[in-house]
Design a binder for this molecule. Sequence first.
Ligand code: DAH
Length: 342
Amino acid sequence: MAIVDTLRELTQRVESELKATDTSAALDALKVKVLGKKGELTALLKGMGQLAPEERPKVGAQINEVREHLTALMGDREAAIKKAEREAALKAETIDVTEPRKLPKVGAAHPITLVMDELIECFSGLGFEVMEGPEVELDHYNFELMNLPKNHPARDAQDTFYMDDNIVLRTHTSPMQARAMLTRKPPIRIICPGRVYRADELDATHSPVFHQMEGLVVDENMSMSDLRGTLEAFAKKLYGNDVSTRFRPSFFPFTEPSAEVDLTCTACHGKGCRICKDTGWVEVLGCGMVNPKVLEMCGIDSTKYSGFAFGIGLERIAMKRYGITDLRMLYEGDARLLGQIR
Ligand code: DAH
């Protein structure tokens, strides 16, 4: 084939190959194949030695013309490919500022905290003040001043963790009654929410750590009807007007008389169900008139003042409120449960 034809064929082939080339890498390969040291055009130049001397300048000029033409074409193609690649990269990196962002998972207050806050709000509305005290408590406050002297049988029900003979993890929030009476003057109207401890095994209804809210009122002429009225108001505020309270006689060394208070079961509205063990009632707190002996031990003149107290179990209320049937669920921190309660 005459060299002119070879050059034409080569030009056409490279032109069409260039059209199909759309990446820098493919273009570089094509450049090497055609214009490189071992490329096709170079091979043609090298082959010129076989031509008659008078033909050489003409053919050399033709080859150079083709080289310039193809070099220019490749340059244009390179610019186009670079531009397209830059645009593609920009597009891939584009941030859509209008796209709704993924919301971070936010935590929520724990059911016990929710209940505690609700009770605080309720009793604040009734004129009670919040007072907090130590979880590591002196035996003196936790037991002695609550009329539970050493060796009193009622201490058995409140076995706890002893730091030493005189320091315990408080078994109830009741020692706050003593702390309040010893530091304040009547009228006293306080609630004390907090964590309490007992040496109990963890099961569906017991935990070595749980929560209570103590209430104490000391004033002149306080009677059982003030206690009833207060707790009735609390129950209705918390559960609505359909709820009733039921007082059952009970025993606590620090109150006399003492009672346990049940509320209408909110699961069955008093008809009887599994939660209330078919009684229609759920026990939520212990209460009573402050034992005059306790008043006196805490420096309050029992001939002038009387008082009432109550201790509410917060886990009970939370379980009742959120339909939780196993106490342990409250302490497992399982987001599947906690995420449902806000
Ligand atoms: N402290 C008692 C307990 O933990 C609950 C209690 C009962 C508190 C009667 C009171 C009360 O203030 O009057 O079992």
